[in-house]
Design a binder for this molecule. Structure first.
Ligand SMILES: Cc1cc2nc3c(=O)[nH]c(=O)nc-3n(C[C@H](O)[C@H](O)[C@H](O)COP(=O)(O)O)c2cc1C
Length: 416
């Protein structure tokens, strides 16, 4: 029993002391809980940080993945000029030398370049490819006796001339081909000065190839040559060509010189003027050099001609188009006449009538309405107001029926 009592006393004392020191116990517990909370807080924060960093890694990978995918789907940077092909037709080597010189300059622009002897090139097989190749084709061509091309360029010129004049090829056969021409000649040969360069330029243009800059004619005649020699002429042309080429590479389109009326470049006019000037003995460079660089195709100029010109020769193929234009104009005129008839009635329906509806007013109906309108006008001048009102009503009804397309009922109203 004593043992029991002692044990009980011991527990009792402990409990009492605990109770007495409960404040410390609470404090320790509170401290412990706070510590636990703090530990939990920091550990979760650290965890989150880890997760975030891991997550970032994942998301950045995803982004990279997306980018990779993005790159896969992105359009490749547009290539405006894939390369330059320099065609030369030479007999004594000048054009060939110029071609090589130009090739070196083009290479400096980091563009692929190919120098082609026209004698080794079959236009029948290859030239059409240049319409989609994004290449710039340069023609350095010499003219020989009687305006003939060199032996090497003979087939090219023959083919091009025939193609340009052969309706089976169509006038857009070389659409998309971009080119520039530098002719080599001697103005001593007055009647055939630079004929080959001019012809090639014209034939390409006729087939809707795009001239990237005005043709220039180099002159071996130092007296007439604009720059004093054909070499200097070529150098001047070359620097213009290179700046034009750089602009094209940047995707810039050479602006029109501003000498064009209604979008129609005067290149052809200029060229014919060149010829006539030349016939008069004037140096051609005065014309060609004065022009700014500009692009044209025969197709564009033909479009401009169609839009603004009236005295052009009409192709039989275009007759259908012209006929439909004429029909449309006639219909519009008829509608205008119809409007005039309606205005006599002094009525405005306030509704925008379609062309189809207006066609319901046939010539007979228009005549009838016009007459009735005139009668109405006369009646208005007389002091018979009720009669005029009745008349006006019947005409209004007639107009309503016309709008609804009921021609016979409209006629009935008018005759009533
Ligand atoms: C025999 C002969 C005939 C020529 N006939 C013409 C001609 O009719 N029209 C012309 O503009 N140039 C004519 N020329 C000038 C050449 O076109 C010019 O010298 C050109 O630079 C030659 O180029 P190439 O060395 O590349 O053959 C003729 C030259 C020679 C030698």
């Amino acid at each position: 029993l004593d043992v029991l009592m002692d044990t009980w006393n011991f527990f009792y004392t402990c409990l009492v002391s605990l109770w007495l020191h409960r404040i410390y116990i609470y404090s320790v517990m509170a401290f412990g809980i706070s510590l636990w909370i703090a530990i939990q807080f920091f550990s979760t924060k650290a965890k989150r940080k880890d997760e975030n960093s891991n997550g970032n890694l994942v998301s950045s990978e995803a982004v990279e993945g997306k980018l990779v995918n993005g790159y896969a789907t992105l359009q490749p940077k547009e290539v405006y000029v894939a390369g330059v092909k320099i065609f030369y037709g030479s007999q004594t080597g000048t054009a060939k030398r110029f071609a090589q010189d130009l090739a070196e300059a083009v290479t400096c622009l980091n563009l692929p370049v190919e120098v082609i002897n026209m004698g080794n090139y079959d236009p029948d097989d290859c030239l059409a490819e240049e319409t989609i190749s994004r290449n710039i084709c340069v023609f350095l061509v010499a003219t020989y006796t009687d305006g003939q091309p060199t032996e090497s360029a003979a087939w090219f010129c023959k083919w091009l001339e025939e193609t340009a004049n052969d309706f089976r090829f169509g006038k857009t056969y070389l659409k998309g081909l971009r080119y520039a021409v530098f002719g080599l000649g001697n103005s001593v040969y007055v009647d055939h000065y630079n004929t080959v360069g001019r012809n090639i330029d014209r034939w390409l243009w006729m087939l809707s190839a795009r001239r990237i800059m005005t043709r220039v004619e180099g002159d071996c005649n130092v007296v007439q040559s604009k720059h004093g020699s054909i070499e200097a002429d070529f150098e001047a042309w070359k620097s213009k060509f290179l700046s034009c080429l750089q602009a094209l590479c940047r995707g810039e389109k050479k602006p029109c010189s501003g000498k064009c009326k209604k979008g129609k470049c005067k290149s052809q006019g200029k060229q014919s003027k060149e010829s006539s000037n030349h016939e008069r003995g004037a140096p051609e460079f005065e014309n060609t050099e004065a022009e700014e660089l500009f692009e044209t195709t025969s197709e564009e100029e033909a479009d401009a001609e169609e839009a603004g010109g009236t005295d052009s020769v009409v192709d039989v193929e275009d007759l259908g188009k012209i006929m439909s234009h004429m029909k449309k104009a006639k219909r519009e005129r008829e509608l205008e006449d119809g409007d005039a008839g309606m205005s006599l009635l002094g009525e405005t329906s306030g509704r925008k009538e379609t062309g189809e509806r207006r066609e319901m007013i046939t010539a007979a109906l228009r005549d009838a309405l016009t007459k009735q309108g005139e009668v109405l006008k006369l009646l208005m001048e007389l002091p018979v107001l009720p009669l005029v009102r009745a008349y006006q009503n019947s005409l209004s009804r007639a107009v309503c029926f016309i709008v609804l397309g009921e021609e016979s009922k409209a006629m009935q109203c008018i005759s009533a």
